[in-house]
Design a protein around this ligand. Structure first.
Ligand SMILES: Nc1ncnc2c1ncn2[C@@H]1O[C@H](COP(=O)(O)OP(=O)(O)OP(=O)(O)O)[C@@H](O)[C@H]1O
Ligand SMILES: [Mg+2]
Length: 367
C-alpha cells in the first residue's frame, strides 16, 4: 500500500496541510511539539479509524475548530487507486468513507489499509500490565482477521454479563451460569486459539529480526501465556466456579492472558536495557509487519515515530537499511534532529523525501 496524497484539516495542531509522499522513505523533521507525531497519527487514523494515542476523537479536533477532516489517496500493491475519508464533527460523531462509500460499521475498515506504527509510547508494552499487551495483540490481529475482532467483542460482552451475575453470589441459579459458560467457553477457545496461532508464527520472526537489528549479541523470545494453553476453557470455568462466585468475577480466561517477552532467558522488563527494549519492540513491530504482509498480500504502511529515541548509531543504521529493503514498502520516519536523520540515510545511500513541520505547518524540503 502506498499513500500518494494526505490532506488534513483541523487535525490537532494542524490547521490545513497537503502532503505528497514518495513511495519509499519519507522523513518528517521539526522541533519538539511541532506536529510531527500528529502527521503520522493522521496516517494511523485513516487506517485504524482512531488515534494511535489514548485520545478521543474530540481531543483530536484542533482547539476551537468545529470539525476535522482527513483524506488519504492510496495505490494498493495491485496498482488500484483508493481513497479513504474520515471526518469528525462535534455533536455528530465520526464518518468513514472508502472510495466515497460510507462503511456500515467502522470495524469493517480495519485491515483495508494495513499499518504498523512504532512510537515511543510502545514502551508501555514492555513495562505496563498485561492489559496493554492484550490491547496491542487485539488491535494487531483485528487487521488480520475480522471474525477475531467480532469474537473478542462478543467475549467481552458475555464476560461482563457473567460478572454481573456472579455478583449475586449464593442467589445465582446455577443453570443460568451454565448457559453463559457454554457460550463463553466457545468464544474464549476461539480467541485464545487465534492468539496462539498468531504468536507462534510471530515469535520466530521477532527472534530473527531482533538479531538483524542488534547483531549477534543477545537472543530474545516471545511467547503466549494462557491458562488455556494447558486446559480447555470449559474445564477451567468449572474448576473456578466456586471461587468466581466468592470473588464476584471471572477469575480465569483469555481476559487474563499475557505475552511474555524475554532477553537471554530473563524478563525483558526487568533485565533489558532501554536500547534493548526498544530494539525488541522494533523487532516485534517489524515481525507484525511481515505477518500482515504475508496474510493480507499487501505491504502495510510503516510509521516510525521518533526513530532515534534510545537507539545507538549502529542499530539505527541496521534498522534503516532493513526497512529500506525488498520486504518493506512505504516508510514514514519522524525525528527532531534533521541533520542526524539526513546523515544516517545518506550514510546508507538511501533516497528519501523530506518534510519539515513547524507550529503545525508542513513544508516539502529540497535535499
Ligand atoms: N486538539 C489539539 N488542538 C490543537 N493543538 C493540539 C491538539 N492536540 C495536540 N496539540 C498540539 O500538538 C503539539 C504536539 O504535536 P506532536 O505531538 O505532533 O509534536 P512532535 O513534533 O511530534 O513533537 P516531539 O518531537 O516532542 O515528539 C503540541 O503543541 C500540542 O499542544
Ligand atoms: Mg512526537
Amino acid at each position: 500500500m502506498k499513500l500518494q496524497r494526505l490532506s488534513l484539516l483541523n487535525f490537532k495542531n494542524i490547521e490545513e496541510c497537503e502532503l505528497l509522499p514518495t513511495e519509499g522513505i519519507n522523513c518528517i523533521v521539526g522541533s519538539n511539539g511541532a506536529g510531527k507525531t500528529n502527521v503520522v497519527d493522521a496516517v494511523h487514523y485513516l487506517s485504524m479509524s482512531k488515534s494511535s494515542l489514548p485520545m478521543t476523537d474530540g481531543q483530536c479536533l484542533r482547539h476551537g475548530a468545529p470539525f476535522f477532516m482527513l483524506q488519504g489517496d492510496y495505490t494498493t500493491d495491485g496498482e488500484m487507486g483508493v481513497t479513504v475519508n474520515c471526518s469528525f464533527k462535534k455533536g455528530e460523531g465520526k464518518s468513514l468513507k472508502f472510495c466515497g462509500k460510507e462503511y456500515p460499521r467502522l470495524a469493517d475498515h480495519i485491515g483495508v489499509i494495513p499499518v504498523v506504527m512504532v512510537s515511543p509510547s510502545d514502551g508501555a508494552l514492555v513495562v505496563e500490565a498485561a492489559e496493554e499487551r492484550r490491547r496491542w495483540l487485539n488491535a494487531f490481529i483485528s487487521q488480520l482477521d475480522h471474525s477475531y475482532l467480532d469474537a473478542t467483542m462478543r467475549y467481552n460482552r458475555l464476560l461482563a454479563e457473567r460478572n454481573t451475575l456472579l455478583k449475586q453470589g449464593e442467589m445465582l441459579p446455577p443453570e443460568l451460569l451454565e448457559v453463559i459458560d457454554e457460550q463463553l467457553m466457545e468464544l474464549g477457545e476461539r480467541v485464545a486459539g487465534v492468539r496462539r496461532e498468531v504468536l507462534a508464527r510471530l515469535a520466530p520472526l521477532v527472534e530473527t529480526i531482533y538479531t538483524q537489528i542488534a547483531g549477534e549479541r543477545e537472543s530474545v523470545e516471545l511467547a503466549y501465556r494462557s491458562e488455556l494453553n494447558t486446559s480447555p476453557y470449559g474445564e477451567i470455568l468449572v474448576r473456578n466456579r466456586q471461587k468466581d462466585m466468592i470473588m464476584g468475577f471471572t477469575t480465569a480466561g483469555p481476559h487474563r492472558d499475557d505475552v511474555v517477552m524475554t532477553i537471554g532467558g530473563y524478563p525483558l522488563r526487568k533485565f533489558g536495557s532501554q536500547g534493548q527494549q526498544k530494539s525488541f519492540l522494533l523487532a516485534l513491530k517489524l515481525a507484525q509487519y511481515n505477518l500482515l504482509h504475508e496474510r493480507l498480500g499487501e505491504r502495510p504502511l510503516l510509521l516510525l515515530d521518533d526513530l532515534f529515541d534510545k537507539l545507538d548509531e549502529e542499530r539505527l543504521s541496521r534498522l534503516v537499511e532493513l526497512t529500506s529493503g525488498e520486504e518493506y514498502g512505504q516508510v514514514f520516519i519522524t525525528d527532531c534532529n534533521r541533520e542526524r536523520l539526513i546523515s544516517v540515510l545518506k550514510g546508507c545511500n538511501l533516497e528519501f523525501r523530506l518534510f519539515s513541520v513547524e507550529g503545525g505547518e508542513v513544508k516539502t524540503e529540497e535535499v
